[in-house]
Write a protein that binds this ligand. Structure first.
Ligand code: NCD
Length: 449
C-alpha cells in the first residue's frame, strides 16, 4: 500500500510536482467541464473552524467539477466542537468512513499536521492560524506562472501584515525555493516574523539585506523594507551601499489585509494601514507589476485600480478552482504523478518534561490531550530545534539526554553524541533537577537564578 499524501505545508511538494500541478491545472482550466467523471464517487469533507469564502467554495466547486461529492461543516459552531470534542476525535471519524479527502481550516497553528496524524485519508491544510496556507500559495504561484511565464528570478513585493498572514508565509517559502527575490514591505509593527526569516535562511539559503525602496514611491514610503534573496552575500555586497539593495523594477505586488482577528490586545495599526491607490501604482518601478491579493480585501487596495489591467486579484481567485482540481485529483490518486515527492522531514517526540514550544496558539498547547510535542532538529551545535507543528524555534536553556540523565548547555559539543530521540529540553535547572537530571560541564550553575 502506498503511503497517504497530505498537503500540510507547501514544502510537502517538490518543485517538479508543483510544475506538474500547473500543467494539470492548465488542462482543467481549458476545459473545466471535461473531467466530470474523474473523481466520481469520491467525497471531500470541508471542516472549517474559521470563516472562509474562496478556499472552501473553490475546493467544493473543484470536487463537484471532477464528479465527486461534498460534505461540509463550514460553521463548526454547529458541530460537536462546541460540545468539547477534540480535533483529533473529529478527524478520526470524518477521516475514517465519511470522506476520501479532508480540507481543514483551524485557528491553531500546526492543526493540519495533527489532523494528518489521525486521518486515514489525505488532509489538505486550508489555513492553520497564522502559520501556513499551502493551497493559496499554489494558487498564487500558478498565477505568477500564467501571468509571467516563470517564477525563477522574479522580484515580488509582499506588502501589509507580514506577521500574521499565513498566505505570505507559505508564499515566501515557495518563492525562495523557486529562486525568486522577495521585497518585504511590511505595515509598521507587522514585519515578517523572525522564525520565518530564520527558516528562509537555514532551509532555503536566503540572505536578508536592507532594501532601498525609494523607487517604489508611496507604496513603501514609511516602511522598513527587507530584500530576501537567494543570491550569495558576496554578489550582493558588490551592489549594496549603506541604504541597502536598490529595488529597481517589480514583477508583482502581493498585498494583504490586516489580520485583526489574530492581533494581541495591545496590537493595532494606529496610524493607518498601507494602501495601494492609483497614485502608488504610477511609480516607474511598478509599471509592469501585476497586483495580487489573496482576498478578502478591506481598504488596502483602492477600488479605483480594479479596472487597471495590472490588477489580477479576481482572476487570481478564479484560478483557485483549476489548481484545486489538480490538487484533489493528485491526492486522491486520480492522475499519474511521475515526479518524486520530497523526503518527509524527520520529527522526534519530546518524550520527557514540559512542552518546549513557546507558541500558545500551537496545536501542541491547544489540543494537549492528543498531542505529544515533537520537534525538528535544525542545528547540532549550538543545538537548535523547531516545533514540528507550528515551526517556531523551541525555547530552552538546558538540554538533557534521557538515557544518561545528564544535562548540558545548548552549545556543549557533548550534545553532538546524544541521539535526537533522547533529547530533553529544560527552561532551567529546577526543571531538570525535578526530573532527576544532573549537570555536566559548563551546564553546572548555568540555569540557576
Ligand atoms: C486568506 C486566508 O484565509 O488566510 N484568504 C484566503 O484563503 N483567500 C487571506 C485572508 O484572510 O486575509
Amino acid at each position: 500500500m502506498t503511503a497517504i499524501r497530505h498537503l500540510v505545508s507547501i514544502d510537502d511538494l517538490s518543485l517538479a510536482e508543483i510544475r506538474e500541478l500547473f500543467e494539470q491545472a492548465d488542462r482543467f482550466a481549458s476545459d473545466p467541464r471535461g473531467s466530470s467523471q474523474l473523481c466520481a464517487g469520491m467525497i471531500v469533507a470541508s471542516l472549517f473552524y474559521e470563516p472562509s469564502t474562496r478556499t472552501r467554495l473553490s475546493f467544493e466547486s473543484a470536487m463537484l467539477r471532477l464528479g465527486g461529492g461534498v460534505i461540509s461543516a463550514a460553521e463548526m459552531t454547529s458541530s460537536s466542537a462546541v460540545k468539547g470534542e477534540s480535533l483529533a476525535d473529529t478527524i478520526r471519524v470524518v477521516g475514517g468512513a465519511y470522506a476520501d479527502v479532508i480540507v481543514l481550516r483551524h485557528p491553531s497553528e500546526g492543526s493540519a499536521r495533527l489532523a494528518a496524524e489521525y486521518s486515514q485519508v489525505p488532509v489538505i491544510n486550508g489555513g492553520d492560524g497564522s502559520h501556513e496556507h499551502p493551497t493559496q500559495t499554489l494558487c498564487d504561484l500558478y498565477n505568477l506562472h500564467v501571468e509571467r511565464g516563470r517564477i525563477e528570478g522574479l522580484d515580488v513585493v509582499l506588502a501589509g501584515d507580514l506577521k500574521y498572514s499565513r498566505t505570505v508565509h507559505s508564499f515566501a517559502y515557495a518563492l525562495a525555493r523557486f529562486g525568486a527575490n522577495i521585497v518585504c514591505v511590511p505595515q509598521h509593527g507587522f514585519e515578517m516574523p523572525p522564525y520565518v526569516i530564520q527558516r528562509l535562511r537555514e532551509e532555503f539559503g536566503v540572505e536578508p539585506v536592507r532594501a532601498d525602496v525609494r523607487r517604489l514611491g508611496s507604496l513603501a514610503a514609511e516602511s522598513d523594507a527587507v530584500y530576501l534573496t537567494p543570491q550569495k552575500p558576496h554578489q550582493l555586497s558588490l551592489f549594496t551601499d549603506a541604504k541597502g539593495w536598490e529595488v529597481q523594477s517589480v514583477d508583482a505586488v502581493y498585498m494583504t489585509r490586516p489580520q485583526t482577528e489574530r492581533y494581541e490586545s495591545e496590537e493595532g495599526v494606529g496610524g493607518g494601514y498601507l494602501r495601494l491607490e492609483k497614485g502608488s501604482m504610477a511609480a516607474e518601478s511598478l509599471r509592469d507589476a501585476i497586483v495580487m491579493h489573496p482576498l478578502p480585501r478591506r481598504d488596502e487596495i483602492s477600488s479605483e485600480i480594479d479596472s487597471d489591467p495590472r490588477s489580477i486579484y479576481f482572476k487570481q481567485a478564479a484560478r483557485g478552482v483549476p489548481i484545486r482540481m489538480a490538487i484533489l485529483a493528485r491526492l486522491t490518486g486520480h492522475v499519474e504523478h511521475p515526479q518524486a515527492a520530497p523526503p518527509l522531514p524527520r520529527h522526534y517526540e519530546v518524550a520527557i518534561g514540559e512542552n518546549p514550544c513557546p507558541n500558545p496558539s500551537c496545536v501542541s498547547h491547544t489540543e494537549q490531550r492528543h498531542v505529544q510535542a515533537k520537534f525538528k532538529l535544525t542545528s547540532r551545535s549550538p543545538l537548535r530545534a523547531h516545533c514540528a507543528y507550528c515551526s517556531r524555534q523551541l525555547s530552552f536553556r538546558l538540554v538533557g539526554c534521557s538515557s544518561t540523565r545528564n544535562y548540558h548547555a545548548p552549545d556543549s559539543t557533548m550534545l553532538r553524541k546524544v541521539r535526537p530521540d533522547h533529547l530533553v529540553f529544560f527552561a532551567d535547572e529546577a526543571q531538570a533537577a525535578a526530573l532527576g537530571f544532573k549537570p555536566v560541564g559548563s551546564a553546572r550553575g548555568l540555569g540557576s537564578p
